[in-house]
Ligand binder design. Structure first.
Ligand SMILES: NC(=O)c1ccc[n+]([C@@H]2O[C@H](COP(=O)([O-])OP(=O)(O)OC[C@H]3O[C@@H](n4cnc5c(N)ncnc54)[C@H](OP(=O)(O)O)[C@@H]3O)[C@@H](O)[C@H]2O)c1
Length: 294
């Protein structure tokens, strides 16, 4: 079931931002992004970089905050119905609380179209109950979409054909990489990679503070820490290396690294991270239940 989007992975070029996938050279698509908030804006910017996407229509009630997005390829409007009607693929990026209203509004304009919901906690079944004739995809990117470096996990309704799936991956690859998962993992995805940038930001903040504590200027510590993080992640993923192997490679007897690791283990860093993701998953499940019963 799960499959890394090869169209992205194959041309992974570390250091290049905004990879522009070209898996369907013949396809020219118009996309609507309903809800131009933090994630909607990030996604819009990524989509507009693809030559295969001729128009991105982004909607918001208060459009004054996204006027700077307007370009020859990006149209801004308050009209969700017009946006959905004039697009081939519709992305929903409003908060879950606004979902019902927005889905009802666009329902007559999304028949047989692919609708990609980025909303946490709203199931495919729930979405299909309002837009039954659409081909629904539930996807969870993260805020790294802002620089085209999100990881987006997605689950789909069985209605989607192989060609539809290719189109979905094409869209999701406009703002990072993607991976297909069974829908029952989506709350865990929300907790792990959706909320993940917040955990990583805390880790970076702590390491920069550690640099300050041992006498390092903040800007130098920041550069060292952020590049250490991206470099380590790229190394592990490119070499397909187990993290424990990398840790052992850089840990020598009675050396500096084991002295640091000893303190991390005393602070139960692994348990804290596992508890954090567990708690976030439970929170996502609680919110999902609330929306299922509404
Ligand atoms: N932020 C993340 O890192 C992230 C990651 C993955 C998924 N998500 C999901 O993405 C969704 C949006 O999150 P966000 O962080 O981007 O929130 P956000 O910044 O509050 O964006 C939501 C946007 O929806 C707009 N909106 C609300 N009702 C609307 C309507 N009827 N028509 C058109 N636009 C409407 C709001 O603008 P107006 O009030 O001006 O209309 C707002 O800008 C959530 O469901 C969240 O679970 C977020």
């Amino acid at each position: 079931m799960s499959a890394i989007c090869l169209s992205c992975s194959e041309k992974k070029d570390i250091g290049t931002r905004f990879k522009i996938p070209k898996i369907q050279k013949d396809v020219q698509v118009k996309v609507a992004v309903i809800g131009g908030g933090k994630i909607g804006e990030a996604v819009t910017r990524g989509l507009a970089k693809s030559h295969e996407i001729t128009k991105v229509t982004v909607t918001k009630r208060n459009i004054s905050t996204i006027r700077s997005l307007q370009s020859d390829r990006i149209v801004i409007t308050q009209d969700n119905q017009k946006a959905a009607k004039e697009s081939d693929i519709v992305i929903i990026s409003v908060k879950a609380g606004d979902a019902k209203h927005v889905l009802e509004e666009i329902s007559e304009f999304v028949s047989k179209k692919i609708v990609i919901s980025l909303m946490a906690a709203v199931s495919i079944k729930r979405i299909e109950s309002t837009i039954p004739s659409a081909k629904v995809v539930r996807a969870m990117p993260n805020i790294a979409a802002t620089i085209g470096e999100a990881i987006t996990a997605y689950a789909t309704s069985p209605k989607l054909s192989k060609k539809d799936l290719e189109r979905v991956e094409f869209i999701l690859c406009c703002f990072g990489d993607c991976i297909q998962v069974p829908e029952n993992l989506m709350d865990a995805v929300t907790a792990l990679s959706g909320s993940g940038p917040a955990y990583i930001a805390i880790l970076i903040e702590a390491m920069v503070s550690a640099g300050l504590k041992v006498g390092m200027p903040r800007d130098i510590a920041f550069k060292l820490v952020t590049k250490t993080l991206t470099g380590t992640a790229d190394l592990l993923s490119q070499k397909q290396m187990h993290p424990a192997e990398l840790r052992d490679t850089v840990t020598t007897p009675a050396g500096t690294t084991i002295a640091g690791i000893y303190e991390l283990e005393k602070g139960s860093i692994r348990t804290s991270i596992m508890n954090a993701v567990d708690a976030a998953t439970q929170a996502a499940e609680r919110v999902a239940k609330k929306f299922e019963n509404d």
